[in-house]
Structures are given as C-alpha cells and as structure tokens.
Design a protein around this ligand. Structure first.
Ligand code: ADP
Ligand code: MG
Length: 351
C-alpha cells in the first residue's frame, strides 16, 4: 500500500493547509506557500448555498461582498476555532484544494491539514472526509500548535519543552510541546477579532461613533498596542454618529486604544499563566531557558511580547513571519512525512 502511495506521489502534489479562522494558507511540497486567502465564503443571505457554483470563496467572496452587500452574506466558517458550519467549511476546503491542485491532475493530492488543538474527534474526522470529498487521496491532520512550533523552528522533537502561543483571529492557542507531543495546551476564544470588537465598543462608549469591523482592524494594526510604545500615535477615524445617524470623523490616540485592548489581552495572558501552572515541573523548568514564542497575526500587535514576558517572567519572542508559521509547519511536516508518521495518532493514518 505504501509503495503504491509513493508511486502515485510522482503524479500528484503534497499539500499542507492552514485552515485558519481569518486566513487559509496552502503550501505545496517543493514550492512553498502558493495560496493565502481570507477564510470567507459568500452565500445568498439566509442559505448555505455558496454563490457562483461554489467559487465565491476567499478573495472572490470579499470582492462580491463589496459590490452586492444587500443580498449576500459573508460567512467565516471557522470563526471560533471550531467548525461552525460543515457544509460551508467543506465548500471552502474544496475550492482551495482544487484551485491549487488544478482539475487536470489525475491523481489527487496528499494533504496535511492543521486543525485547532481543541477540535473533537468527530470534527477532525469531518475535516478529513471533507478533504477526501474535495479530491484528496490521503489526508493527515496535524494539531495547529504543533504545526506552528514546527514552522517557527522550535525543537519540537527534542526532550526539552517548547512553548508556543498562537494568537489568531478567533482563538489564542497556548501549548507546551516536548518529544513531538503536546504536553499541555489551552485554547481560548479570545484573539484578534476580539481586539477589533473591543475597539468598536470603545468608539461607541467614548465617542458615540459606530465603526465597522474593517475600520477597527485598521486602527488596531496602525496604532494598536498592548504595552506603552514610547510615542503616542494618533489616527483619524470615520464612522457614523450614534445620535445624529450622520457620518462623522474623530481622532483617537494609541493610548486610548491600548486601554481598550486591556481586557482581551489579559484573557490571553491568563491562559498562558494557567498553562504554565498546569505543566509538569520538569517542562516548566525547561522554559526558564527556552522561553515563549509568539505566532499568529496577533503576535504582531505592538508590545504583546512584553506583556506576556512581564506576566510570566519568561523571555518572550515573536516568531519570524508569525502569520505563516502554521503553513510552513505543515510544509516541513510534508517534507519528512515518513519520519513524522509516529507523531500522528492511530486513527490518523492513511485515509
Ligand atoms: P487565523 O490563524 O485565525 O486565521 P491569523 O494568524 O491569520 O489568524 O491572524 C489573523 C489576525 O491577526 C487578525 O485578527 C488580524 O487582524 C491580526 N493581525 C494581522 N496583522 C496584524 C498586525 N500587524 N497587528 C495586529 N494584529 C494583526
Ligand atoms: Mg492560525
């Protein structure tokens, strides 16, 4: 069976997929990252029918949303780190797999999908089946924190503890890894989206100004911070006045936004502390030297490394290219598929 699989390998691609709550990345063995699109699907309002025969996915979905906002809605099927809607997740996965694989290939790809660590066995199975229905020949699933740590270059297979905090859009995942196994992990549904929401709430309370999610995200990226950043930055913000209902502009400062972000940031810091408290003493001891690594888009929030370092007393670093760690991890996994096979749990063999 194995020999046959290897033979078929000559005619197909190996594909690693980071199915994130905000962004989906696909990498192909030997080619690196070949697709990076928002995890968004456009459906006709009130239905689960993906528009344009299942192709209103990713950038195409975003584009449609801008043009015909009334009749269609955007669905982020992975929003909270769990699969909110299987049908739509499957449509999204199929679209991305086919886009990369091309319809012309005779043999389906081997696929490694990074899934949230907190996913149930049933959900994991559903993801695998979705990928198979989308044309994959063999499907492996890999836990996201593991993929992130691998992609970030941490020594995951060694007998020393590595700690990774992946702050994505919908969830922040904290994990301690040793000997190619997740020794402790916790996932909280507080991450980048919640930073945006905290900014929306702040603008409402302090300025009676309603702003959209995209504006909130822009504020976060441009002037947001978790800890003081030395200078005070300002930004013009446009929205709708809650009293008059009319468009209005105001100016906010980075100090105000930092204040607004305190609550979701504390929730993440507390998850990090809880994971450390629950870790075996020997693993905790390793972390004194090894420190903590931050990954995911949320790691780019200014000063978040300092906040986590202050709270834990451990050296905290930001991964290189934190947005692509998981995808690069799946790619590294693919390159050493045979030797990593032991890492996968029993049911995860060839499927
Ligand atoms: P996921 O894995 O859940 O898809 P990502 O790791 O792709 O999430 O991260 C997406 C999140 O990172 C979004 O909330 C986005 O706003 C946030 N993000 C991206 N760049 C920055 C930045 N420079 N500063 C702060 N947050 C950022
Ligand atoms: Mg992610």
């Amino acid at each position: 069976m194995f020999a046959l699989d290897r033979l078929l390998g000559w005619f197909s691609v190996d594909m690693g997929i980071d199915l994130g709550t905000c962004n989906t990345l696909v990498c192909v063995r030997g080619e690196g990252i070949v697709l990076n699109e928002p995890s968004v699907v456009a459906v006709r309002k009130g239905t689960t029918h993906v528009l344009n025969n299942g192709t209103a996915v990713g950038w195409a979905a975003k584009e449609m949303l801008g043009k015909t906002p009334g009749s269609i809605s955007a669905i982020r099927p992975m929003k909270d780190g769990v699969i909110a809607d299987f049908q739509i997740t499957e449509a999204m996965l199929a679209y991305f797999i086919n886009k990369v694989n091309g319809k012309s290939r005779i043999v389906g790809p081997r696929v490694v999908i990074a899934v949230p660590a907190g996913i149930t066995a049933v959900e994991r199975q559903a993801v695998k089946q979705s990928a198979q229905r989308a044309g994959a020949r063999t499907v492996f699933t890999l836990e996201e924190p593991f993929a992130a740590a691998l992609g970030a270059g941490l020594p995951v297979a060694e007998a020393t503890a590595s700690m990774i905090v992946d702050i994505g859009g919908g969830t922040a995942d904290v994990a301690i890894i040793s000997l190619a196994d997740i020794a402790a992990c916790e996932s909280v549904r507080v991450a980048g989206d919640d930073f945006d929401e905290a900014i929306i709430d702040y603008m409402k309370k302090s300025y009676s100004l309603t702003i959209g999610e995209q504006t909130a995200e822009r504020i976060k990226v441009e002037i947001g911070s978790a800890a003081p950043i030395g200078e005070t930055l300002t930004m013009d913000v446009r929205g709708r006045d809650m009293v008059s209902g009319l468009p209005r502009k105001t100016v906010v400062t980075s100090d105000e936004i930092r204040e607004a972000l305190q609550e979701p940031i504390s929730a993440i810091t507390e998850a990090v502390l809880r994971t450390l408290e629950n870790a075996e003493p020997e693993l905790a001891a390793d972390l004194v030297d090894n420190g903590i690594l931050l990954a995911g888009g949320g790691a780019l929030l200014r000063g978040i490394d300092r906040v986590i370092s202050n709270a834990t007393g451990l050296e905290t670093r930001i991964a290189d290219e934190p947005l692509t760690c998981v995808a690069r991890g799946t790619s590294m996994f693919l390159e050493n598929l045979e030797s990593w096979k032991q890492v996968l749990d029993g049911e995860d063999g060839e499927g």
